[in-house]
Design a protein around this ligand. Sequence first.
Ligand code: GDP
Ligand code: ZN
Length: 458
Amino acid sequence: MNVLDTIAAISTPPGEGGIGIVRLSGDMSIDIASRIFKSNTGKRLDKVKSHCMVYGHIVDPDTNLEIDEVLVSVMKAPHTYTREDIVEINCHGGFTPLKKILELCLRFGARPAGPGEFTKRAFINGRIDLAQAEAVMDIIRSNSDDALKTSVAQLEGKISREISDIRSNIVDLIAHIDAYVDFPEEDVEELSDLKPDIERSIDKIEKLITSASTGKILREGLKTVIIGKPNVGKSSLLNALLKEERAIVTEIPGTTRDIIEEYINIKGVPVKLIDTAGIRDTNDIVERIGVEKTKKFLEQADLVILMFDSSLNLTDEDMLIIELVKDKKVVALLNKSDLPSVLKIDEIERSLPGAKVIRTSLLDGMGLDELTDYVYGLFYNGDIRIDDPIITNTRHLACLKKAVDSLRSAVATFDDGKPVDLITVDLMAAVEALGEITGETAGEEIIDRIFQNFCVGK
Ligand code: GDP
Ligand code: ZN
């Protein structure tokens, strides 16, 4: 195990909470905590059994001032998150006690932890690989059960195992070629199996690459815009979806003040409704922000739900909106189907070829199931199942693409009848790219960049 200095950080999120935690990791953790902790029974921290909690107080030894009433857990290496000695001081959740306790830890020899440094240590000390470290971050940020599930699977090493398998197959091939080149006269197995072997690896990687579109939706939600002229029922639909799917996970203001993003869950698929804050009030996005801006706004959508009032004829306004969404994935709702119908389905199908058209009535909920089924089907297209390894990380995707390019180039070299040791160069590049995912061959810069994205204390 590498010997690193001892780090400390407030590990609970900023703001007031019921409890707060200051976490220490490193050789000096127990020593530092001992100096500022007094147990009521006189029990010393270095005598505490690993993974047990002690009740007592944090006292500033220089002033004898009592800072807070605390529970301290002591976890001894190597069976800890970082594989180092860890002490966690559970105190009252206000900012002042937390800050004061952290200050004491620093005064007695700890260094403030950088973003993600605890997790980085778990990586450096070999407890988890890079893909697993990234999963930790994804778990913190996940906004649906399925996203959480894939992140947990990743943390458990599912992706890493799959990648390692492919990688070690390629390493075997390289060894095989080397043996052939070094001892051509010896009885080295024929190289004829080489190409199918490489192609099998290509297939496996391509399957992972395909899974990334599912992964992206799991990570970011299916970005969906509800659009339509005033009074067609947009707000009613939004409310119906929110009511039906009670799992509203978050409501966060987007990058501009105008945009609101709301997550709902449709049968486990995270759907991110992108809404301009005004849509619900002024109703008319096109009129309010203009055609160009609306186009820009629609660009980010994976799916557009375009609503019509089926009791009325199409208007110029409808036609304008149809024009704007033409190139998008569209599901058209002929709403107010409880009223006498004027608008015909084929009329819409003609103006929006390829769009799915559904009759709905938000008065009685008609068509809502068909809508949610459709959204679900969009997501679970093809044969991707949630239990397969799913790539959710853009960095992993880039590495996989690099690897597959190198393997294709290896096949081309083979087909061109070039010397067989040239193939090794491509195979090595593939090995390198795959190793970047799990961290075997990732450079320091990549590693630093990944942990920069973590919050301090994790
Ligand atoms: P928005 O302007 O597009 O957001 O439309 P709203 O959701 O505010 O609905 C406009 C009006 O249409 C409201 O009075 C709703 O109650 C009514 N409405 C919405 N959906 C239906 C429907 O399916 N059938 C009928 N009859 N009225 C509806
Ligand atoms: Zn509205």
